[in-house]
Design a protein around this ligand. Structure first.
Ligand code: ADP
Ligand code: MG
Length: 720
C-alpha cells in the first residue's frame, strides 16, 4: 500500500467537507457587487461625463482624455472602497487563457493612490512571451493593451480589472477580442441595414451569446497522482470502468454533495463579478457537470466565460478539487463541449430568430433564418476551422459529440416551411391577396417553440429562438467561432441586401423581392440541412454524397483559413488582414504540435518508467509462482499464459515507444510548421497513440491492482 496511488486515494477519502460561503442566501443581495457598472458610473460621474461615456460605449467611439481621467478617478474610488489596491489590464492573448499584470494604485513619489485616464486607456505590458506568430519579433516586443469600454470593469481579489484588447504597435490584433469586436460591429451594420428593409425604427442589432460550459471535477490528490492529467490535461492511459455512462443515470441526476458545495461556492464568486450563472446540472459522464449563465452581448459573454474558467479552478482549490475543461480528459466517456447559443436582438427588442405571431414579422425571421443557413453552407469549412484544436479532435465525431461534418438541424416543421417556400414558384400578387398566406409562411408561430424537436447529434441546431453551435470545445475561447459566425452572416446579409435592392430598383414589390431571393438561397444551400442521427455511419456516407466536408483533424481544418476566399472574406469585412490570419494560423499549428509532442512524451515516460517496471515486477511474481508450482509437480497453464501475455504487451509498448521517439526526432527536423503538424497528427498520434494505449490498458487488467501505479478511472470518477 505504499505506492503514490494508494496514498492519493487515502487522502481523497479522508477529505473534510468544505462549506460553501455565499455572501448571502439571496443572490440579489450581491449580484454584480464587484462590477463597475452603469449605476456605479452614474453615481460617481458628473451627468455630462456619464452621458459622454454612455455614448462612447453604445457607438464604440474613442473616449477623450478628460473623460478617461474622470472615469479612471471614479473607478479608483469605487475599487478602493471594495478593498482593491491594484489595477490590471485584463486581456485574452492567443495562448487561450487570460492575462493580467497588476500595478499598484499607490504612487510612492507622491505618496498617494493614483489612477490616471492614460493608464486606464492604454498600457504596455511586457508581453514578449505571448505568441504573436511572428508579427512581433521579440526584440521589438512592444504590444499594447487598450481599454474596451463595452465590457465593464470589475474587482477580482484586490485588483481592479480593466477588460482590454491586445494589439501590436503596428496595429495587428494579438488577441481573441480585437477581431471579435470587429465582427460584432460588422454584424450590427449588416443586420441593421437588412432590418431597415422592413422596419426603419431598427438602428442597431446586437449579437447575443449564452455559453453552456461543461466540465469534469476530480479530487485534487487523485488528479495530481496522474502525471498525464497534470502535464497533458488528459489521461493518455486508463481502462474504462466497468460502469461508465451506459446507465445514463448521471445526467440530471442528483448532484453529489461535495460537488454541490463547490458549485455554490464558485457560483457566488461568479455572481459577484456579474456573471449571471443560472443553471447547474450533472452531465452525461460520471463526474461531468455543466454551468450555464443567462445570455448577454457576445463581447461580455465571452469575457464572462473566460473569467468563469479562471474562477472555477481557483475556487476548486479550496475544495481540494481539480476542474478540467479539456475536450477529452477520459477516453470512452463523453468529452467536454461549450455550446454557443447565439441570436441577434434589435434595439427595438426583437429577437430576429424568434418566429412571431405576426406574418409580417415572420418574413423578417425567415430572412435571418435562411441567410444564416446560406452563410453556414457557404463557409462551413471556416466554421469547422474556428473550433479546431488538438483536444477537440478527440471529441468531434467520437459518437458522443457532433461529427466533424458541419450540418444544420432546423426541425421537421421549419423544414416543411422552407420546402413550401421553395416550391411555391414565383407567385403573382393580385389585388387583395394575402401574400404571406399565398406563400404558406403565415402560420409559423402556431407550430413553434413548445415542440422544437431537439436533435442532440447536430453540430449547429436551431432551438426555437436561437442557434446553438455545439461543436465548440470545452476549453476554447468562444471568440474564435463567434468571430467567424458573425462575420459570415454579416457578409451574407450584405449580399442579400444588394440583391434585394437591385430587385426593388427594377420595380419588384419589396416583399416579393425578399421572398424570391430567399427561395434561391434555400435551393442553393439546403444540402446542409440534416435532421437525422449525426453520429451514424450512414450520415458520413450521405454527407459525402452531398459534397459536405468531413475534416477530421486540426492541421487540415486550419488550412481553410488560408484559402484565397477566406482571406478575401476576412479582409473585405475588415476583421483580420492576411498577415494576421497567417500569424494566427502559425500560433495554432505550433500549439497543436506542442500538445501532441507533450502527450507523446508523457505517454513514453509513463510507459517506460511506471508501467513497464510494474508489469515486469508482477511478471516476476508470476514466474516465481510458476516455478514453485513446477517444483510441486504442478503446472498452471493460466499462469503461463498470463506471463506470455504480459511479455507480449511489454514488447509492444517498448518497441512502439522507441519508434515513436525516432519519428519525433525526424519530424522535429522538418522546420515547416504545417508539415510538422500534419506529421504529428498522422505519424505520431495516428500511428502510435492507440497501439501503446491499448497495450498499457490491457496490462492494467492483468497486473495485480495493488501494484498498479496509476489512479484508475473508477477511482477518479466515482469518488464522493
Ligand atoms: P439547453 O436546453 O440547450 O440547455 P437552455 O434553454 O437552458 O438550453 O439555454 C442554454 C443557454 O442558451 C443559456 O445560456 C441561455 O441563456 C441561452 N439562451 C437562451 N436564449 C438565448 C438567445 N435568444 N440568444 C442567445 N442565447 C440564449
Ligand atoms: Mg444546449
Amino acid at each position: 500500500m505504499a505506492n503514490l496511488r494508494y496514498r492519493a486515494l487515502a487522502d481523497a477519502y479522508n477529505r473534510k467537507k468544505v462549506r460553501p460561503q455565499p455572501p448571502s442566501s439571496q443572490i440579489s443581495d450581491y449580484f454584480g457587487c464587484d462590477v463597475f457598472g452603469d449605476n456605479e458610473m452614474k453615481g460617481l460621474l458628473s451627468p455630462d461625463t456619464y452621458k459622454v461615456v454612455k455614448k462612447s460605449i453604445q457607438k464604440g467611439l474613442k473616449v477623450d482624455p478628460e473623460t478617461a481621467d474622470a472615469v479612471a478617478a471614479a473607478a479608483k474610488t469605487w475599487a478602493m472602497s471594495k478593498g482593491a489596491t491594484h489595477y490590471t489590464h485584463w486581456f485574452q492573448p492567443l495562448t487561450g487563457s487570460t492575462a493580467e499584470k497588476h500595478d499598484s494604485f499607490f504612487d510612492a513619489g507622491s505618496g498617494i493612490e493614483k489612477f490616471k485616464g492614460s493608464a486606464l486607456v492604454q498600457q504596455e505590458p511586457d508581453a514578449s512571451s505571448f505568441p504573436s506568430g511572428g508579427i512581433r519579433s521579440t526584440f521589438e516586443a512592444r504590444g499594447y493593451t487598450a481599454w474596451d469600454p463595452s465590457s465593464p470593469m470589475f474587482v477580482h481579489g484586490v485588483t481592479l480589472c480593466v477588460p482590454t484588447i491586445f494589439v501590436s504597435y503596428t496595429g495587428e490584433a494579438l488577441d481573441y477580442k480585437a477581431p471579435l469586436l470587429k465582427a460584432v460591429q460588422a454584424i450590427d451594420d449588416a443586420a441593421t441595414k437588412v432590418c431597415q428593409i422592413f422596419d426603419r425604427k431598427v438602428t442597431n442589432v446586437k449579437a447575443s451569446l449564452g455559453c453552456e460550459q461543461e466540465y469534469f471535477v476530480v479530487d485534487k490528490a487523485l488528479f495530481n497522482a496522474r502525471p498525464d492529467l497534470v502535464l497533458a490535461g488528459r489521461t493518455v492511459f486508463g481502462h474504462a470502468p466497468a460502469r461508465g455512462q451506459q446507465l445514463d443515470d448521471h445526467y440530471f441526476g442528483s448532484i453529489p454533495a461535495r460537488i454541490y458545495d463547490f458549485m455554490q461556492d464558485f457560483e457566488a464568486e461568479a455572481l459577484k463579478v456579474g456573471i449571471p450563472v443560472s443553471t447547474r446540472h450533472n452531465e452525461v459522464a460520471p463526474s461531468q457537470f455543466e454551468v450555464a449563465p443567462l445570455f448577454e452581448d457576445i463581447n461580455v459573454a465571452v469575457d464572462h466565460n473566460q473569467l468563469l474558467m479562471d474562477i472555477m479552478p481557483r475556487v476548486a482549490e479550496r475544495h481540494n478539487l481539480k476542474v478540467s475543461f479539456h475536450e477529452k480528459p477520459f477516453a470512452e466517456l463523453n468529452g467536454t463541449g461549450k455550446h454557443n447559443n447565439w441570436s441577434l436582438i434589435t434595439n427595438t427588442g426583437v429577437n430576429l430568430f424568434q418566429p412571431s405571431s405576426s406574418a409580417r414579422e415572420n418574413l423578417v425571421f425567415l430572412t435571418f433564418f435562411v441567410n444564416t443557413i446560406k452563410a453556414v453552407y457557404e463557409h462551413a469549412d471556416l466554421l469547422r476551422a474556428s473550433i479546431a484544436s488538438a483536444g477537440n479532435d478527440h471529441r468531434l465525431g467520437a459518437n458522443e459529440a457532433p461529427p466533424a461534418i458541419v450540418s444544420i438541424f432546423i426541425g421537421s416543421q421549419l423544414t416543411e416551411v422552407l420546402n413550401e417556400l421553395e416550391n411555391k414558384g414565383n407567385i403573382k400578387l393580385e389585388k387583395g391577396d394575402n401574400m404571406y398566406m399565398k406563400l404558406g409562411i403565415d402560420k409559423i408561430p402556431e407550430i413553434m417553440l413548445d415542440n422544437t424537436d431537439r436533435n442532440r447529434t447536430s453540430p449547429f441546431a436551431f432551438t426555437g429562438n436561437k442557434f446553438e453551435f455545439r461543436a465548440v470545445g470545452g476549453s476554447d475561447n468562444s471568440s474564435s467561432p463567434m468571430t467567424v459566425l458573425n462575420m459570415i452572416l454579416a457578409n451574407q446579409l450584405n449580399l442579400f441586401h444588394d440583391a434585394v435592392s437591385k430587385e426593388i430598383e427594377k420595380g419588384t414589390d419589396k416583399r416579393i423581392a425578399v421572398v424570391n431571393i430567399l427561395r434561391k438561397y434555400i435551393k442553393e444551400s439546403k444540402g446542409i440541412l440534416f435532421g437525422g442521427d449525426g453520429y451514424s455511419d450512414e450520415w458520413v456516407k450521405e454527407a459525402e454524397k452531398r459534397g459536405l466536408s468531413n475534416i477530421k483533424d486540426t492541421p487540415r481544418a486550419l488550412k481553410s483559413y488560408l484559402s484565397k476566399e477566406a482571406v478575401a472574406l476576412f479582409e473585405k469585412n475588415n476583421i483580420l488582414s492576411k498577415r494576421e490570419i497567417e500569424a494566427r494560423q502559425e500560433i495554432k499549428l505550433e500549439g497543436y504540435i506542442m500538445k501532441i509532442q507533450i502527450e507523446s512524451k508523457v505517454m513514453a515516460d509513463l510507459a517506460m518508467n511506471h508501467i513497464i517496471p510494474t508489469a515486469i515486477a508482477y511478471q516476476n511474481k508470476l514466474i516465481n509462482n510458476a516455478n514453485g508450482l513446477k517444483g510441486l509437480g504442478l503446472e498452471n497453464k493460466e499462469v503461463l499464459q498470463t506471463i506470455q501475455d504480459i511479455s507480449h504487451h511489454i514488447s509492444t509498448v517498448k518497441s512502439n515507444v522507441r519508434s515513436m521517439a525516432e519519428e519525433r526526432d525526424r519530424i522535429d527536423q522538418l522546420g515547416d510548421t504545417h508539415k510538422m503538424a500534419e506529421e504529428y497528427c498522422d505519424n505520431i498520434k495516428g500511428k502510435y497513440f492507440d497501439i501503446i494505449r491499448n497495450a498499457v490498458d490491457s496490462l492494467e487488467l492483468l497486473v495485480d491492482d495493488e501494484d498498479w501505479p496509476l489512479v484508475k478511472y473508477r477511482e477518479m470518477l466515482f469518488l464522493r
